[in-house]
Design a protein around this ligand. Structure first.
Ligand SMILES: Cc1cc2nc3c(=O)[nH]c(=O)nc-3n(C[C@H](O)[C@H](O)[C@H](O)COP(=O)(O)OP(=O)(O)OC[C@H]3O[C@@H](n4cnc5c(N)ncnc54)[C@H](O)[C@@H]3O)c2cc1C
Length: 394
């Protein structure tokens, strides 16, 4: 019998396992992962950005854990000789109408305890000569890492400390009793005193397997990237972000320096017709049916119809995508962009059509379910792990 079984070897599951091992070195821990290795889904398909915590509601878990997680993550990379670049980010207002929102972000960032610098037009040009903005905000603590590499290191440390990671184990059945949990995959049943569900895009279905209605559903949003041609990489010095639409949960198409030296542009946010649907043509009838018959989806679809249609359009039209990106760097042309990777975000949506903003945990009898861990959960991951152990397992 294990003390803890964790479902999912994404960065959240791995961080929870690491925090449990750090706190209880003698307890038995297993991770069950359906893929052949760690970080095969959201964690390995993201922008690689270490967020600062500027965007999030002061006092929220996201605000607290992103700021702390930012520091812990850089320290972890330094300690284990992993790639990181604390290159900083500029958030750019391109029109007068975006200035109030930029100021709001500045205030919010200060409330969240961040070091920030407002950039005049001239200061913005000094940092990013090719960006066409009227004002900006410099966030020095933002940077980039390789989340796949960090996950592999976490998995290695967990295994070195006698933790078990079982790959190719898709969890299909969960039975909770008053004393333990049975977790069954296609080939085996594992037993533990406690279960922690970190299944990302499938966390609501895992909770349902354990008999819980978490009162929200995961809606998959695909994010598509382009990559700049090598001869245009010098146009991007930092991370360059637009002022985000305050009514939308995503940050808008941005330019990101990547760990491999390339410059990614994206992601957009379109409804995916499959939970792990990385291609436009991917469709899973069950996944799509579930979305279309969920009342919350139609409420949100009504509210975000215009934005959603525009995103869809940009997904199918490179020209539209590039036009959007060129608001930030107008000298770029359509041939400077090549199709890049994609990722699918797990975003929880309530029955009454609210996108769940903060990280969300649900307590079962012998289980804990991480029900909403969207961006910046990769940044915050090591702190999410510690927080879960502190609040729920001490
Ligand atoms: C396009 C995109 C860009 C993003 N950019 C950033 C960014 O720059 N910075 C940032 O901080 N965050 C970013 N995020 C968010 C971040 O990647 C996620 O918040 C984070 O990776 C979530 O980690 P996770 O472990 O919860 O989920 P995942 O990485 O998805 O891991 C869940 C795991 O559970 C496994 N699993 C599911 N069902 C089962 C089952 N039945 N049995 C066994 N295993 C199962 C899956 O195979 C998977 O490995 C981005 C996300 C996307 C998609």
């Amino acid at each position: 019998m294990y003390d803890y079984i964790i479902i999912g070897a994404g960065i959240v599951g791995l961080s929870v396992a690491k925090a449990l091992q750090d706190t209880y070195p003698d307890r038995k821990i297993a991770i069950l992962e359906k893929e052949s290795g760690p970080a095969k889904h959201q964690t390995g398909h993201n922008s690689g950005v270490v967020h600062s915590g500027i965007y999030y509601q002061p006092g929220s878990l996201k605000a607290q854990l992103a700021k702390k997680g930012n520091e812990t993550l850089y320290a972890f990379c330094q300690q284990h000789d992993l790639y990181y670049d604390r290159c900083g980010k500029v958030i750019v207002a391109t029109t007068e109408s975006e200035l109030p929102q930029l100021n709001m972000l500045h205030q919010r960032g200060l409330e969240n305890g961040l070091e920030l610098t407002k950039l005049s037009l001239q200061q913005l040009k000094e940092r990013e000569p090719y960006v066409d903005g009227i004002a900006g905000l410099f966030v020095p603590s933002a940077g980039i890492v390789n989340y796949r590499q960090i996950s592999e290191k976490l998995a290695q440390l967990i295994q070195q400390n006698d933790g078990h990671i079982f790959y190719d184990q898709r969890v299909e059945k969960i039975t909770e009793t008053s004393s333990h949990v049975d977790v069954t995959t296609h080939s085996q049943t594992y037993q533990a005193k406690w279960l922690i569900n970190c299944a990302g895009l499938f966390c609501d279905r895992i909770a349902a397997l354990a008999g819980y209605d978490i009162l929200m559903k995961i809606i998959p949003f695909r994010g598509e990237y382009y990559v700049l041609n090598q001869d245009k990489e010098h146009l991007v010095n930092h991370l360059i972000y637009p002022v985000p639409n305050p009514d939308f949960p995503f940050l808008g198409v941005h330019f990101t320096r990547m760990h491999n030296g390339k410059r990614d542009v994206g992601p957009n946010a379109v409804l995916a017709f499959k939970r792990e649907g990385y291609k436009k043509t991917d469709l899973n009838v069950k996944d799509l049916y579930e979305v279309l018959t969920y009342p919350g989806f139609w409420k949100i679809a009504k509210n975000y119809l215009a934005e959603g249609m525009a995103e869809m359009h940009r997904s199918f039209s490179k020209k539209r995508f590039v036009e959007n990106a060129c608001r930030l760097i107008p000298s770029l042309e359509i041939d400077d962009f090549q199709p890049g990777p994609t990722g699918v975000r797990a975003q929880a949506l309530t029955l009454d059509g609210k996108l769940v903003d903060d990280f969300h945990l649900f307590n079962g009898k012998r289980s804990l379910h991480v029900c909403n861990a969207p961006s910046p959960a990769a940044t915050a991951s090591l702190e999410i792990g510690r927080e879960i152990v502190l609040r729920h397992f001490t």
